[in-house]
Design a protein around this ligand. Structure first.
Ligand code: PLP
Length: 367
């Protein structure tokens, strides 16, 4: 039986090598194979994040939302004051999590859906007041808006404020240079451009971010505590088994394979490849007079968010052509647009993007 190709903004298609790793027999979390995979994956995360040797990578069983909460609860506590750059659904989630914790949130929200948050306002706020941290979403999956993370990190560095980025729909696809840009926390989840099943929360943290954790009065829930997890990560990196809470062994073996595949392409090529794929979809929509949701200057390369226009049944039609794409996510305009994920293995293998573009071309020309 043929199956449909999954091109939603996560989960995404997996490579044959990743499937093979996932089918490996179960192994102890302190077996030589898992120790090696875990250690190598941590080292390779720094290469994919383009992070410095002093940074701390973490691999934890969990979702992207758990990664968000882990970053928030290790940096912030009640009474702290932070800025959230809000460019959609996941910006709202950031705000919600921070407020539940009793953090005072100054939200800099994009003026309209699909716009980029005002960075002049960010600069002004940072110069006039004292904020502990700035939170931003590299690519908001509900709007397809890509944040200028380089500029945000620069403003934060200049004012001595911590910068924390949700890279869930961006890591290993959109250009990101942790060391050069000086970002403090950058997290993702396994099911987006890394090309694994859901189940891992991954992040790389600066020394400054870990220091901020150490100054918290009470700290995060133990299961999410960087200070509890750090010795475990250090042990695995030194190729020693260690236990605090059982790692997701099978997924970690697959992560090791996927990071190797990404690095064998090379990060610069990975970034430009996703740019080229994003451009191909954008030209197709332009050619067929479909408008995209994000301001074009800030349109993400990992996904397209596109208004249905006259093509209200496009999801079903694409499905008949053998591809699964997604509906809208932003609650205010959910019914008016659809989304296509074009990241990770599908962006690399040549056939998925071409196949979907062929299907879209055909059905968009039929009208
Ligand atoms: C998918 C996504 C998340 C949430 O990840 P889950 O694994 O669904 O919890 C968070 N932020 C962004 C930008 C995402 O794309």
């Amino acid at each position: 039986m043929t199956r449909d190709i999954l091109m939603i903004p996560g989960p995404v298609e997996l490579s044959p090598a990743v499937y093979k790793a996932l089918a490996a027999p179960i192994a102890s979390h302190v077996s030589p194979t898992i120790i090696e995979a875990h250690g190598a994956a941590l080292e390779n995360m720094r290469r994919v994040w383009l992070a410095g040797p002093e940074t701390q990578p973490f691999i934890i069983a969990g979702s992207g939302t758990i990664a968000m909460e882990m970053a928030i609860t290790n940096i912030c506590e009640a009474g702290d004051k932070v800025i959230v750059l809000n460019s959609g659904y996941f910006g709202d989630r950031n705000e919600k999590m921070l407020k539940r914790l009793g953090v005072e949130v100054r939200a800099i929200k994009a003026e309209k859906i699909g716009a980029h948050p005002d960075l002049e306002l960010l600069e002004k706020e940072l110069s006039e007041d004292n904020y502990k941290a700035v939170f931003g979403t590299h690519v908001d999956t509900s709007t397809g808006v890509r944040l200028d993370v380089e500029k945000v990190s620069k403003h934060c560095r200049q004012s001595g404020t911590l910068s924390i980025f949700d890279g869930v729909c961006a890591t290993a696809a959109e250009t990101f240079r942790m060391q050069d840009w000086g970002a403090d926390v950058y997290y993702t989840a396994s099911q987006k451009a890394l090309g694994l099943p859901p189940g891992l929360a991954l992040m790389v943290c600066s020394e400054k971010a870990i220091k901020a954790r150490k100054t918290l009065k009470s700290g995060p829930p133990l299961s999410m505590d960087w200070l509890a997890w750090r010795p475990i990560m250090q042990a695995y990196e030194n190729r020693k088994g260690s236990y605090f809470s059982t790692p997701a062994t099978g997924l970690i073996s697959a992560l090791d394979v996927s990071l190797e595949e990404i690095l064998s392409v090379g990060m610069e090529e990975i970034f430009s490849l996703h740019q080229r794929v994003g451009d191909r979809f954008r030209s197709l929509f332009e050619e067929h007079h479909l408008s995209i949701l994000p301001e074009s200057k800030y349109a993400a390369n990992t996904l397209s968010a596109v208004y249905y226009g006259e093509h209200q049944t496009i999801l079903q039609q694409v499905k008949e052509g053998g591809y699964v794409i997604a509906g809208g996510l932003h609650p205010e305009i959910k019914a008016t647009y659809f989304r296509i994920g074009h990241m990770g293995y599908s962006a690399r293998n040549g056939k998925d993007v071409q196949g979907l573009i062929d299907v879209l071309k055909k059905l968009l020309s039929e009208k």
